[in-house]
Write a protein that binds this ligand. Structure first.
Ligand code: ADP
Ligand code: MG
Length: 293
């Protein structure tokens, strides 16, 4: 009787838009008490848009957009796409970078029009010994207080400006968080983004626990730390940077709209990329297990 009940569970899962790697996955859902949610692309749409352009004295907005846009054009990160598209829309065709390097969780580095350009978090600049002048730091803080992500741009060893991007919280995310709580799970927001942006998204969807400014390679360690506290952890994510954490979690759920790396590392795939279906998935697995007993 057991295998049949599991088959019914997986068949029903497919109808709901949940792809289950194997029937044995259902077993891990029973003890899950904590659900870690990636922010960008999981709780939010990940479709970011370029908003403000703030320049340092002596820097032209056009030049800032040209150099930052050219470099970001080579990256597939949602922030990079927003910067590249916004820059192209405002300035026209972008030059091709002469060199390009992705710095995971921090930004991008490369050479455009002979300038060595950095685009990303303040830490990316700090690691290169480049500080942020007070006016740019103030613009960055103001944007973050509003829940926007500030992207800092530097070239040839000096900070030149701040670009702000914002994406929207998915309209089902708040309901999904409430639903996960009803299932007895504690939601935690996990992101590489800064604390102010993370807190603002968490408030909007009703999450109290926020772990921000986590580098991609450290996301799995956060999951392990939670497991070390005796929690059984489900992780929901979409990005390449979530793959290790999805594999480490007791139950990994990937957004079907996310990257192949995330889908391959996970136990369940939520086809439509809707967080509400994560709650459905956990409820369905528990019900299927109840049927077996
Ligand atoms: P999340 O964990 O929310 O999915 P990531 O780990 O992908 O976010 O990125 C963490 C942070 O690093 C971003 O919020 C952004 O500040 C910065 N960042 C990463 N890649 C880029 C990029 N290509 N351009 C600008 N900023 C970037
Ligand atoms: Mg993400």
């Amino acid at each position: 009787a057991t295998p049949t009940a599991l088959m019914v569970g997986t068949g029903r899962g497919a109808q709901l838009g949940i792809l289950i790697k194997g029937p044995e996955v259902l077993e891990s859902t029973r003890r899950v008490d904590t659900v870690v949610l990636d922010k960008t692309g999981t709780v939010t749409t990940g479709r970011m848009e370029l908003r403000d352009v703030v320049t340092a004295p002596g820097t032209e907005a056009r030049e800032l957009l040209r150099l930052a846009g050219a470099l970001e054009h080579a990256s597939e990160h949602p922030i990079a796409r927003a910067v590249a598209e916004g820059a192209a829309a405002r300035t026209g065709a972008l030059p091709s970078p002469e060199g390009f390097e992705n710095v995971a969780g921090l930004g991008v580095r490369g050479v455009v029009d002979g300038h060595t350009v950095l685009v990303g978090r303040e830490k990316l600049l700090a690691d290169a010994g480049t500080g942020l002048p007070a006016d740019l730091a103030a613009a960055k803080a103001a944007a973050e207080a509003e829940g926007r992500t500030a992207v800092v741009v530097a070239w040839d060893g000096a900070a030149r400006g701040v670009l702000t991007v914002a994406d929207a919280v998915k309209d089902t995310s708040a309901r999904a968080v409430a639903e996960l709580r009803r299932l007895g799970l504690t939601p935690i927001l996990l992101t590489g983004d800064n604390r102010a942006v993370a807190d603002s998204v968490a408030r909007e969807v009703g999450i109290d626990e926020v772990i921000a400014e986590v580098l991609p390679q450290d996301k799995a360690a956060v999951v392990r730390r939670l497991q070390g506290e005796g929690r059984t952890v489900a992780m929901v994510g979409d990005g390449v940077n979530d793959a290790a954490a999805l594999a480490t979690a007791d139950l990994g759920l990937a957004m079907g709209t996310g990257t192949d790396a995330a889908i391959e590392a996970s136990d369940l795939t939520l086809v439509r990329g809707d967080l509400l279906v994560a709650a459905d998935a956990i409820r369905l697995s528990r019900r299927t297990l109840a049927t077996i007993k």
